[in-house]
Design a protein around this ligand. Sequence first.
Ligand code: AMP
Length: 319
Amino acid sequence: VYAPELESVAGQVTAGHFQGAYDDAAALAKFAAEVHVITYEFENVPEAAVIECARHKPVRPGVKPIHYAQHRLREKEFFRNCGIGTAHYDAIRSDEDIALVRSLPGILKTCTEGYDGKGQARVTTRSELKEAWEKMGRRDCILEALVDFECEISAIVARGLDGQARCFPIGRNGHRDGILRTTTVPSGLPPATLATAERYGIALADELGLVGLVALELFVTKDGRVLANEMAPRPHNSGHWTIDACATSQFEQLVRAICGLPLGPVDVIAPSRMENLIGDEANDWLKYVSDPSARLHLYGKSTPRPGRKMGHVTFIDKK
Ligand code: AMP
């Protein structure tokens, strides 16, 4: 594991932990010399660091997925080019753009560096939009039409070196304050909706030429349409249920893909509900270990700040 932090969560469970800055070419080269293949589990690793690593060893899934995932406007355009449905959106880069918008009411999002609802503002009128954009420092933004969704889901797709792609069973996601709280499998959604989501996920993996894992977050609208929100080319919080309730976990699937091994089966072993433990909620760990249907995972983060994901629990259906 290579990470800039001294206290790396993944570093706690690896045979080798390298601490270094993302722009330290010498440290990256030293790390690369010790491994056969490199992946990332955070889509905001600077593109330059990934390019640097790729000079030494194969990086899977490579530069292209983070190039798109790090920029909301590029990402949405890429979805459209893959034939993946999205809500209407407008680029906001100037006062003229604001005068011409067609996506109100909507959510204004910075193109870069936003996640879990950060760098976002709900706006109804043009003047609210202008004010929100000023507050964001007139940075490049995207205005996405507000989607009146029935629920949120994610299609998590692994694609191997041989180009074979496989989608995990699709779960239903519940959010609060812009943060994922729960994922429930099975989702209870109609087969046609799930088939569209799976088709979108696989189209995305194919068009990216992905070797690895990608999670495509989607809205299901009240009238049954499926619209892409964003992607993350890495194991995703909404796939954590696979550790305990799927024949192959998303983490194993990623390792299989990048090592050129065949992908594992994705049968659901038991219906399940994953719940995130956010901030102080992780202090209730005793309650979960006392429940035989609960599988507790704590991430070993030292300080439980509000909004910080400290761990999760997967409840396995007893039936
Ligand atoms: P994001 O950071 O883009 O994943 O947004 C965080 C959460 O805000 C999403 O999971 C949704 O619950 C909500 N959200 C984001 N974009 C929209 C939209 N265009 N319409 C309605 N809700 C949205």
